[in-house]
Design a protein around this ligand. Structure first.
Ligand code: SF4
Length: 323
């Protein structure tokens, strides 16, 4: 077979294209915008916008735990705490400035020009919420109410009251603390929401799974959930998993349902129960993802026990533990 020769111009242009292609392929592939939940945006310390499938739009995350401290040590925690960091102060005026920057970027549309958000589908280019979550328990901050007030002020300044909600995602350990009681008043005025963790029905399982700081117990956690929910509608977030390859026992699920029923029967206002399993690398190699059908079976049992309160499931994926 005779080797065909390429005209010089075409050959050069092909080489240039190949070289460009090689240069391009060295760039890290762009992450999927709805799974890219990096807690870093621009030069901000606390604020990190993410596109959330669950929220159906933009969720402006607030991380008040930049030192990665928490009063729980959940077996399934995705936060890597192997390197100890010094305690870090939260500067409320800086938080307020960062919230303004995020809301300005979203409302003017400049956010969608950023490489990371450029692939956001048109119907998700809406601000859903400001969510206090982050790398530890946000309500540990003694001035947590001032942080919530900063979010409320930013929402008002951008004329977004009634359109953007404030969500507090908490491990439920400090729902009756002075700072949370003050924050509840603001949340109530802003139609805010609390997403409260409840992972266990028995004290033993609670201690084993959530590994709380000394003095925290499940009875107090449940009392806090009930009390806070009378001021602000509350979503329960539960994460079930396999522990040493075993799903949660029937007794544990029944005890969990009893806890939910007690909260409801004593006046607690639960609007939704979310059942999750592991989807990101957990701290402990003892835990692994619960298969979809097992999560569905638990959800059905819970649904029947607490009807008409809705129960939603969020499937996980098999991921290795933190190495
Ligand atoms: S409460 Fe949240 S941040 Fe704290 S250890 Fe548990 S999963 Fe991690």
């Amino acid at each position: 077979m005779v080797q065909q020769r390429m005209p010089a111009e075409e050959s050069n242009s092909k080489m240039a294209n190949e070289s460009n292609h090689l240069k391009k392929s060295k760039k890290p592939p762009r992450r999927d915008v709805v799974t890219d939940h990096r807690r870093q945006w621009r030069d901000c310390s606390y604020v990190y916008p993410v596109i959330s499938r669950r929220a159906g739009g933009l969720s402006i995350g607030v991380n008040l735990s930049i030192d990665k401290r928490c009063n729980f040590g959940c077996l399934y925690c995705q936060i890597d705490r192997r390197i100890e960091r010094p305690a870090m102060e939260v500067i409320i005026p800086q938080l307020r400035r960062e919230l303004d920057a995020a809301l300005t970027a979203a409302t003017t549309g400049s956010l969608w020009q950023e490489d990371r958000f450029a692939e956001t589908p048109a119907d998700m280019r809406r601000i859903n919420d400001i969510a206090f979550s982050g790398d530890g328990e946000p309500t540990r901050l003694e001035t947590f109410d001032l942080a919530v007030q900063a979010a409320a002020d930013a929402i008002h300044q951008h004329s977004l009251a009634g359109k953007v909600k404030i969500v507090v995602i908490t491990n439920s350990s400090l729902l009756v603390s002075p700072q949370m009681r003050r924050a509840l008043k603001i949340l109530n005025e802003m139609n805010g929401e609390i997403w409260a963790k409840l992972d266990a029905g028995t004290e033993d399982f609670f201690q084993q799974v959530n590994r709380p700081a000394a003095g925290l117990n499940l009875a107090n956690i449940c009392d806090g959930i009930r009390e806070a929910s009378t001021a602000c509608p509350l979503t329960i977030q539960t994460l079930f998993f396999r522990l040493d390859s075993q799903p949660p026992s029937r007794d544990e699920i029944n005890a969990y349902i009893d806890r939910l029923r007690h909260i409801i029967d004593t006046g607690g206002r639960i609007r939704l129960v979310q059942l999750h399993t592991i989807a990101r690398s957990p701290a402990s190699s003892q835990v692994s993802t619960l298969p979809d059908d097992q999560l569905d079976a638990i959800a059905e049992t819970v649904r029947q026990a607490i009807a008409p309160i809705p129960v939603k499931t969020y499937y996980g994926r098999n991921v290795p533990p933190q190495g």
